[in-house]
Ligand binder design. Structure first.
Ligand code: EPS
Length: 374
């Protein structure tokens, strides 16, 4: 079983992460992890803070001579945006955790909530998720993402419109992680317009995991279902308000005959021609690519602030204005890849568990032999 914990605040000294349960003898590719951190820092619409930060991990434990030891892996990331003494905040921003947090934790300074609620924490999730990606790569499982809509401008070129995995890889070349160049321009213009307005925008991204084995997750109990676990992990990303698996909400508009993926056999294995289910049926991975979409709401910190209340005086006032992102959907898609990687690695180890990579591989290969004999 793997699990992770993070600690740290947005303008605190460091972010800390502990990942437990990664098997021994995994090649720990630090360059890959740092590159994943860079991918999260890209994206037109991020705050000036992103130019300041240059995220690179400091590895503290769990690796020897470039290989994991099976011990908990602990890492740290520094915050160049560290501020020793922060001023107090009294005017909660609608849409942020500010008000609900100060009430719940009986705080008089909104800082004590927002510094942790901040999406800065997702940098550590990407560091941890990229270790999970390295693990999954041993089994040829790869995870990709691209942005399919920002501020109402849709790409109309999702995995269900024929976008290929090779094309998804190209999202890394786009400043807003979209495949089509004409849409990229429209989205960049929309973000520029939003900056001018002193406003913010959200959007939707699509994540795909390839080469999935049949059999992760289970139908036997509500809390074993893979789709439920994926939904929880993606929904835990700050700002996410909606999630779909496969064709998701569109399924509610179609006939069963238009939705369900017919079953074939090519002489060696079962195949499907469509994947509306997004690779999961009855909470079990069915061997097709896992497809997840998530929608991020607009960032709550507005340059033209919304109405709020001063929590000390109870007087009507405008919400606090801080330096912030205008659009962080491209970054959120990388965080989404990482959270999916963590959930899939966890389920993979649950099914094929072992204390070393060699042991997991043996279990996996013997299961795959059985699957292909069916
Ligand atoms: C964030 C506000 C911005 C973002 C930050 C998340 O920070 P600042 O207020 O210091 O400009 O840049 O995201 C990150 C630092 C990051 O690494 O993603 C917020 O309020 O959530």
């Amino acid at each position: 079983m793997i699990r992770f914990l993070t600690a740290g605040e947005s303008h605190g000294q460091k972010l800390l992460g502990i990942l437990e349960g990664i098997p021994a003898n995994l090649v720990f590719d630090e360059e890959y992890i740092n590159n994943e951190l860079k991918r999260r820092q890209q994206g037109f619409g991020r705050s000036e803070r992103m130019k300041m930060e240059s995220d690179e991990i400091v590895l503290l434990s769990g690796v020897n001579k470039g290989l994991t030891t099976g011990n908990p892996i602990s890492i740290e990331l520094s915050n160049r945006g560290y501020v020793k003494e922060l001023d107090e905040i009294k005017r909660p921003r609608p849409g942020h955790g500010d008000l609900a947090g100060v009430l719940k934790y009986n705080q008089s300074d909104v800082r004590n909530i927002l510094e942790r609620a901040s999406a800065r924490e997702t940098a550590m999730r990407v560091a941890i998720g990229s270790i999970c990606k390295l693990f999954l790569k041993n089994f040829d499982i790869n995870i990709y993402s691209h942005v399919i809509e920002i501020g109402g401008i849709e790409s109309n070129y999702t995995i269900y419109d024929g976008a290929t995995i090779d094309e998804l890889r190209k999202a890394d070349d786009s400043s807003v992680r979209v495949i089509q160049q004409n849409i990229e321009k429209k989205i960049v213009d929309k973000i520029k317009e939003t900056i001018e307005l002193g406003d913010t925008i959200g959007g939707t991204f699509e994540i795909v995991a390839t080469n999935m084995p049949v059999g992760l997750g289970s139908h036997i109990s509500w809390d074993n279902r893979l789709d439920g676990k994926i939904a929880q992990s993606i929904m835990s990303i700050p700002g996410i308000k909606g999630i779909e698996i496969g064709k998701g909400f569109e399924c509610g508009k179609l006939y069963g005959s238009e939705v369900h993926d017919e079953i074939f056999h090519d002489g060696k294995k079962y195949t499907r021609k469509t994947n509306s289910a997004g690779g999961i049926e009855a909470g079990i991975s069915n061997g097709e690519n896992i497809v997840v979409r998530a929608t991020m709401k607009p960032i709550p910190t507005l340059k033209k602030p919304l109405n709020s209340i001063d929590i000390d005086t109870k007087e009507t006032s405008l919400a606090r204005v801080e330096r912030s992102d205008v659009c962080a959907v491209p970054s959120a898609s990388i965080v989404g890849e990482s959270m999916l990687a963590f959930t899939l690695a966890k389920e993979f180890l649950y099914k094929f568990g072992g204390d070393s990579i060699e042991e997991v591989k043996k279990n996996y290969e013997s299961y795959m032999k059985y699957i292909f004999s069916r």
